[in-house]
Design a protein around this ligand. Structure first.
Ligand code: NAD
Length: 468
């Protein structure tokens, strides 16, 4: 059936981050008759959303925000007003790993979520549909429902609608999602709430791709999806270790294995390890949930995915040290890329942070270049990771404005992020300014290794023989 008219519908999203911003911008573009307000407690973030320089970098986002802002898309710090006016309230606040207390290092910290829910409960005057957009543990909807109804002022339906976008491709993912998942209660009002949200998505997503499930299945599916994706990365990275020890080539193995239609070829790229705010956090959350349910063996199984990822980063640095004649102390290393993947300025859990921390520990001199990450962010990440103050970190780390500047006088180039521009650098020119022999450690297997060897580089790649 054609998507029903939505005129008059008002949506509010609490949390103007990597998820709240892009998802609501896409919704505003596709549903021009719906008024969407994104609210956040961060004054600077909202100011940036209302400015020419958005607070996050995502290809295509700029254009959509500029097309809708001030028409049917608004960014505001007036959280209460946003809540009061809305029929549907998405909550897309951060749910990081708990730092202290019970479950520290594994469980999800739901403080921000609970605060948002308490705010909704205290200011809402009419019935609302409250949508979990953040990734949350199973059964969170029940807890949230209890908080919302605690004030006893009005009625709420809580839905789970996890977000599957990937940073760097958020806008195309949102435009054309593999599926939209909506979980809700099976009572009459729950079914009506699910239908209402499905009608919004149906404005651009084919109905057969809108899945509705019970609320727990939906919450769990998000954790499982991220665990499976991360598990594939850890599996191919484990294979890369075997390749390096045996002379096999991980890209050849991935191709041969991925052509089996039962396995599939996507997400089989060996690398220095996965990063990003979600994979590790969500697996650890699943591990904690399993432990709480008395499923120690299942917890151990998923935990090995994170352990393998940690090992991969350490192996990368160890190979670098071994390659550079067993020491990197005082040697200049050009670290190319600091974002956790290309086409984003996000550094959360980026492998570069751990690589850099280890290189500082080894007293190397690290010159970092990333096309998108802000300098302040790098200093924040490195002071947090090393527990050193900024002046101490600056004894070992320099930030550069180009790959050429970072590489000048370096013993080695280390590719940590697969930015397209690294593929087309003039490596001949770069080598002229490097210490000889010059090394490349390609942590993403994105460079032309044969061409680099022709130029005289010694090339270490992930899961590939040193001298093929
Ligand atoms: P983020 O940190 O970029 O954004 C969260 C925003 O919420 C921040 O701007 C913060 O100021 C705001 N906030 C926190 N508490 C608030 C409150 N009480 N009231 C108003 N605003 C509040 O986080 P993100 O990357 O957008 O992730 C949000 C959620 O989405 C997380 O649960 C995450 O796991 C999930 N998720 C993230 C991605 C991703 O690629 N980043 C993908 C899918 C799902």
């Amino acid at each position: 059936p054609p998507a029903p008219k939505l005129a008059g519908l008002r949506i509010c999203c609490i949390g103007a981050g990597y998820v709240g911003g892009p998802t609501m911008a896409m919704m505003a573009l596709k549903c021009p008759e719906v008024v969407i307000t994104i609210v956040d407690i961060s004054v600077s973030r909202i100011a940036a959303w209302n400015s020419d320089v958005l607070p996050i970098y995502e290809p295509g986002l700029d254009k959509v925000v500029k097309a809708c802002r001030g028409k049917n898309l608004f960014f505001s710090t007036e959280v209460d007003q946003g809540i009061r006016d809305a029929d549907i309230i998405f909550v897309a606040v951060n749910t990081p790993t708990k730092k202290v207390g019970m479950g520290a290092g594994r469980a999800a910290d739901l403080t921000y979520w609970e605060l948002a829910a308490r705010r909704i409960a205290s200011v809402a005057e009419t019935p609302k549909v409250v949508v979990e957009k953040s990734t949350v543990p199973i059964n969170t909807a029940e807890a949230i429902s209890a908080v919302l109804h605690g004030a006893g002022k009005t009625r709420f339906d809580v839905l789970s609608n996890p977000e599957f976008l990937a940073e760097g491709t958020a806008m195309t993912d949102l435009d054309n999602p593999d599926r939209v998942l909506i979980g809700g209660n099976m009572n009459e009002s729950g079914k009506a709430a699910v239908a209402k949200l499905a009608d919004v998505y149906a404005h651009w997503v084919p109905r057969e791709r809108i899945l509705t499930t019970n609320v727990w299945s939906s919450e769990l599916s998000k954790l499982v999806a991220n665990s499976f994706l991360a598990q594939r990365v850890s599996s191919i990275n484990a294979v890369s270790a075997i390749c390096e020890a045996s002379g096999a080539d991980v890209d050849e193995v991935a191709r041969a294995v991925g052509m089996d239609s039962r396995i599939g070829s996507k997400f089989l790229k060996a690398s220095v390890g996965f990063g990003g705010s979600c994979f590790q956090k969500d697996i650890l959350n699943l591990v904690y949930l399993c432990q709480s349910m008395g499923l120690a063996d299942v917890a151990e199984y998923f935990h090995s995915v994170v352990m393998m990822n940690d090992r991969q980063k350490e192996r990368f640095v160890s190979r670098m040290i071994h390659g550079l004649f067993n020491t990197v102390t005082g040697k200049r290393i050009a670290l190319l890329g600091f974002a956790f993947k290309k086409d984003t300025g996000d550094t959360r859990e980026s492998a570069s942070i751990e690589i850099c921390r280890r290189l500082i520990e080894e007293r190397a001199s690290v010159c970092i270049y990333d096309p998108k990450v802000e300098a302040d962010q790098i200093w924040m990440d490195l002071t947090a990771a090393t527990k050193l103050d900024k002046t101490e970190v600056q004894k070992y780390v320099t930030l550069c404005d180009s790959a050429y500047e970072a590489a000048s006088g370096a013993h080695a180039l280390a590719i940590a992020t697969e930015w397209d521009e690294f593929k087309t650098l003039d490596y001949g020119k770069i080598q002229e300014d490097m210490v000889k022999p010059s090394f490349v450690f390609d942590g993403r297997n994105v460079l032309d290794h044969d061409a680099l060897r022709e130029l005289g580089y010694i090339v270490y790649a992930i899961g590939k023989p040193l001298d093929p």
